[in-house]
Design a binder for this molecule. Structure first.
Ligand code: GTP
Ligand code: MG
Length: 674
């Protein structure tokens, strides 16, 4: 199917022409027929020579009904522009053409009607020249008389060529097998309603021009019922009076809806696919060059038309750049929009022609807070192509979810940086640089802190979720050499991940350990996760390796703690398993937090909350226990280690956990074979 709208001045013969081509009556109302004038949209269709249907949306030409005209033209990709041979180029000729141009309609033809009443030649010349200045460019022209039938065959042949051009550009409901990229991508449904009525026994029926996408029987859609949306289900559909199971745009469709009270759907509402559109009341647009220089005359409010919808739009002029005007619009009613959508702005009160086209650049713009924000927005938006890409929107928003970009109409997404988050590459690189600084600053405030909680880092970097912090800690694939056959690829962070923070400069490395971020000691040669696993595979060194892997330099301890720890180590030099008791620790001012910090720094081996030995005491214990007959009792171990039960029991349990010893039934243990 193809859909074409008529356009042209009142009484120039649009409806008569549609009637002559289709044999159908486009003026549906008795009042229209009585007055001989179109008031509202009319619908009719004809068959092309190849059997495909061509549907007409016939619009009124009278200036009072411009909103109806725009509702008909809005979602249609082609126009049949009508000028009467005896009428000449008239005000609504100019106004309708301005609308066609504002909506960037690229396909159409000129029909000079009433050719039996005057020489069509002069009008054709004027009209072609006017049309050539618009988005339609150069079009074919046909002179006809609906009274004598002259030119109608020629017109049918011209319409067939127009249809072929529409099919070639993917602007038809027919397959375009020659252009695979057009037939592969199925755009989301946004059906602008232009009529709604009740059919006895069937309920609510709406009709509209489906510009793209496929509607199927049984499909669930959302009705954009101001100010919200309401789910509805399609329980029957027709295309040009024929029942169908599914219809692909461009097409005229009638949908029987379930789930909506009669009288609720109205012209200007849309049926949209859930999750695929941004229902927005605020947007940044670029006006077509025609508006340049005129922005000072703009009233604070204009009417915005898109599809069959019309709403008030409050303007905030952002500025001008290279002849294009940038404006932020605040809409009275939210509308379902995509970046790249074409909208029309109109000043109904203006004396002259006041119709401007605009491209939606950002359907969810960030607030304009500080001074100079508008100028900055213009500088940014001026670099955006039409339609904008994911990269453009990300440069502005820095971080966006997949669902947000999809709802903005972006089809080609960059790979996510984490879960369903996409980032602007430059912003992401600066976050990677900022993270170690934030962690270092946090640790500087509390030297005994275990690390920086993920949530604190999320807040410090002003990020929406902790997932992003984890992603910042994983290696940047761009800065890490590709894995070789010996080193397995590093996966996403699971637990206790440490990784190099990549460098343009060299950033300190940050590791996540048990939900905390820590600076890793030496920013030396890259230490992969695989390497850490290898080191840890030696059972005897596992415990100390785990400590060393994330240890901070001893110098990072407050001097008071460092010197108290040194005293403990001096005591232990004489009796390596005589861990200081509670009283001694209190005397030295060492509490559980300080001991934990010293253990993290690799200065102490912490076998229980308040029981510490010198680093390597686990290995020394293993050496001593190896000399005992195997298996041995706790008491034998305690005597061999020359210590008390207070130390021996947690030490043996520590050695069990480190898989140095093995616990057997009946208070027995033995060293695990190495
Ligand atoms: N002689 C002659 N009269 C025509 C021709 N086409 C249309 N008319 C007459 O022109 C008048 C207006 O025609 P319409 O088809 O109603 O014009 P319209 O463009 O649809 O008008 P609106 O919908 O009100 O904008 C009618 O009286 C038609 O009979 C033609 O080719 N020759
Ligand atoms: Mg008419």
């Amino acid at each position: 199917m193809y859909v074409v709208a008529t356009a042209g001045h009142v009484d120039h013969g649009k409806s008569t022409l549609v009637r002559a081509l289709t044999g159908m009556e486009p003026d549906r109302w008795a009042e229209e027929r009585r007055r001989g004038m179109t008031i509202d949209l009319g619908y009719a269709w004809m068959a092309l020579p190849d059997g495909e249907k061509l549907a007409f949306v016939d619009v009124p030409g009278h200036e009072r009904f411009v909103p109806n005209m725009l509702a008909g033209l809005g979602p249609v990709p082609a126009v049949l522009f009508v000028v009467a041979a005896d009428g000449g180029w008239m005000p609504q000729s100019a106004e309708h053409l301005a609308a066609v141009d504002a909506l960037a309609v690229r396909h159409g033809l000129l029909v000079v009607t009433r050719a039996d009443l005057a020489d069509p030649e002069p009008v054709t010349r004027v009209a072609l020249a006017e049309i050539a200045r618009t988005s339609l460019g150069s079009v074919e022209a046909v002179a006809v008389s609906a009274v004598t039938g002259a030119g109608l065959d020629d017109l049918r042949a011209t319409l067939a060529r127009l249809a072929a051009a529409l099919r070639g550009s993917g602007m038809s409901g027919t397959d375009a097998p020659d252009i695979p990229e057009i037939s592969q991508y199925v755009p989301p449904v946004r059906l602008w309603i232009d009529r709604s009525f009740t059919v006895r026994g069937a309920g609510t029926v709406v009709t509209g021009t489906l510009p793209a996408g496929t509607v199927a029987n049984g499909q669930e859609l959302l009705l954009t019922r101001r100010p919200d949306v309401q789910p509805v289900r399609v329980r029957g559909l027709q295309a040009l009076g024929e029942p169908a199971e599914r219809v692909t745009g461009v097409a005229r469709v009638a949908l029987n809806l379930r789930g909506v009270p009669t009288g609720v759907p109205q012209r200007g509402m849309a049926l949209i696919e859930p999750g695929r559109w941004t229902l927005t009341a605020e947007l940044d647009v670029r006006l077509t060059p025609r508006a340049a220089g005129l922005q000072d005359k703009f009233p604070p409010e204009l009417l915005l038309h898109v599809g069959s919808a019309r709403t008030q739009a409050r303007l905030r002029l952002l500025g001008e750049d290279s002849g294009a005007v940038y404006v932020r619009l605040r809409l009275r009613d939210p509308l379902p929009l995509h970046a790249g959508d074409r909208v029309l702005l109109r000043d109904p009160g203006a004396a002259g022609l006041a119709i401007y086209g605009a491209t939606v650049l950002d359907p969810a713009p960030p607030p304009l807070g500080r001074r100079g924000a508008a100028a900055a927005a213009v500088r940014e938006l001026a670099t955006w192509p039409d339609p904008p890409s994911a990269a453009d929107l990300l440069r502005r928003h820095r971080l966006l979810r997949t669902a947000t970009l999809t709802a903005m109409g972006i089809t080609e997404l960059p790979p996510p940086v984490a879960a369903d988050w996409h980032a602007d590459p430059a912003h992401w690189a600066s976050l990677r640089a900022e993270l170690p600084t934030a962690v270092a600053a946090f640790m500087a405030k509390d030297e005994l802190a275990v690390g920086m909680p993920l949530d604190a880092a999320r807040a410090a970097l002003n990020l929406p979720t902790r997932d992003l912090i984890a992603a910042l800690v994983t290696p940047d694939p761009a800065s890490v050499p590709p894995p070789t056959s010996e080193s397995p690829p590093t996966g996403p962070p699971t637990s206790d991940v440490e990784a190099a923070v990549p460098a343009r400069g060299r950033y300190p490395r940050v590791a996540i350990d048990g939900g905390y971020l820590r600076i890793v000691a030496e920013p030396g040669p890259s230490r992969s996760k695989a390497g850490a696993t290898e080191r840890a595979s030696s059972a005897q060194t596992q415990a100390s390796a785990a400590v060393a892997a994330t240890s901070a330099p001893a110098a990072s301890l407050p001097p008071r703690v460092a010197s108290a720890v040194q005293t403990v180590l001096n005591d232990l030099a004489a009796a390596p398993f005589a861990a200081p008791d509670g009283e001694r620790l209190r005397e030295l001012g060492l509490d559980a937090r300080a001991l934990a910090a010293a253990a993290r720094a690799g200065l102490l081996l912490r076998i229980a909350d308040l029981i510490v030995l010198a680093p390597g005491a686990d290995k020394e214990a293993a050496r001593v226990l190896a000399e005992l007959p195997q298996p041995f009792t706790t008491s034998q171990a305690r005597q061999a280690l020359a210590t008390s039960r207070r130390v021996a029991i947690p030490l043996l349990e520590y050695l069990d956990r480190a898989r140095i010893t093995e616990r057997l039934p009946g208070d027995l243990r033995r060293l695990r074979p190495r």
